[in-house]
Write a protein that binds this ligand. Structure first.
Ligand code: HXC
Length: 270
């Protein structure tokens, strides 16, 4: 779909996107690139990264991929430092890496719970922590900029009510939202960094949706759908990310922007 934004709204900015090789992370990466940013993507699977980078470059986007797992301290340090070494600055960090599977709480091992917390929540914190030195006001590469950069954390709406078979992800995403607000407060005040979240509802053509078919989940709950979920597109999330990361969002800090067409209002706990 055609973008409603000017093509240069993030021109000259450098964005690092975890989970940028596929799904929502890739769409955010692509739209940042199409609107003028240089992009670095981090992911666990080299083959995904390689094909994502070639596809970005074929669009004329300055792109590089770094293999790494957000659960690993050394990987996080290496990827953040390599992004800076390659592009000379980091303006935007997007935490889109996530892990997920559908499982009943009684069948989920504590290690399974911890695995998703480690990827989603601790991974997000780790990347924020590593990137701080480059994104903060006055950091290396920011000599031409008067302020700090910005961070976007991708969460979900699962935890606004209760979602079947998603106890681990609901907890992880709720913690991400809490972290977004705390970082917005501390780093907004101290370092002029804006930290915001995006909470997608069910989004078509994503790994998340293919694992969590909402129609199937409703059938599991009640035997019949109580309302018709309208799926969003990855594009919707990318446009929200562009808005928040660009100067259009310069006065927005600590917000979790729900992008779900109003779906979560209909999802009361049973
Ligand atoms: C129960 C499971 C399980 C499953 C893993 N575990 N899969 N338990 N059901 N289907 C448990 C294992 O038994 C183990 O615990 C622990 O989790 C670690 O498993 P590993 O396989 O060793 O972990 P790992 O290889 O690191 O894989 C991570 C993963 C994986 C999260 C488990 O599925 C993954 O990375 N998936 C791809 C990423 C993904 O799905 N992205 C989409 C996110 S969508 P024990 O006790 O046995 O040692 C999203 C949107 C949310 O986030 C909102 C949707 C609406």
């Amino acid at each position: 779909m055609e973008s409603p934004f000017k093509v240069d709204i993030v021109k000259g900015k450098v964005a690092l996107i975890t989970g940028g090789g596929s799904g929502i992370g890739f769409e955010i990466t692509k739209e940042f690139g199409r609107h003028g940013a240089s992009v670095a993507i981090m992911g666990r699977r080299k083959s995904h990264l390689d094909s994502a980078v070639s596809s970005l470059r074929s669009l004329g986007i300055q792109a590089i991929g770094f293999v790494g797992d957000v659960r690993n301290n050394e990987d996080a340090t290496r990827v953040v430092d390599s992004t800076f070494a390659h592009f000379g600055r980091i303006d935007i960090l997007v935490n889109a890496a996530a892990g997920n599977f559908l499982v009943a709480a009684e069948d989920l091992s504590p290690n399974g719970f911890k695995t998703v917390m480690d990827i989603d929540t601790v991974g997000t914190f780790r990347m924020c922590h590593e990137a701080l030195k480059y994104i903060k006001k006055g950091g290396p590469g920011r000599e031409d900029t008067s302020g700090g950069g910005t961070i976007l954390n991708v969460s979900a709406t699962l935890h606004y009510s209760a979602t079947w078979y998603q106890i681990h992800v609901s907890a992880a995403k709720a913690a991400i939202d809490a972290m977004t607000r705390s970082l917005a407060l501390e780093w907004g005040t101290d370092y002029d960094i804006r930290v915001n979240g995006i909470a997608p509802g069910p989004i078509d053509d994503t790994p998340g949706l293919s694992k969590l078919d909402p129609h199937e989940m409703k059938t599991i709950q009640s035997g019949a759908p109580t309302h018709q979920t309208i799926l969003g597109e990855k594009w919707d999330i990318a446009m929200a990310a562009l808005y928040l990361a660009s100067d259009a969002g310069k006065h927005i800090n600590g917000t979790i922007l729900v992008v779900d067409g109003g779906d979560w209002f209909n999802r009361a706990p049973h």
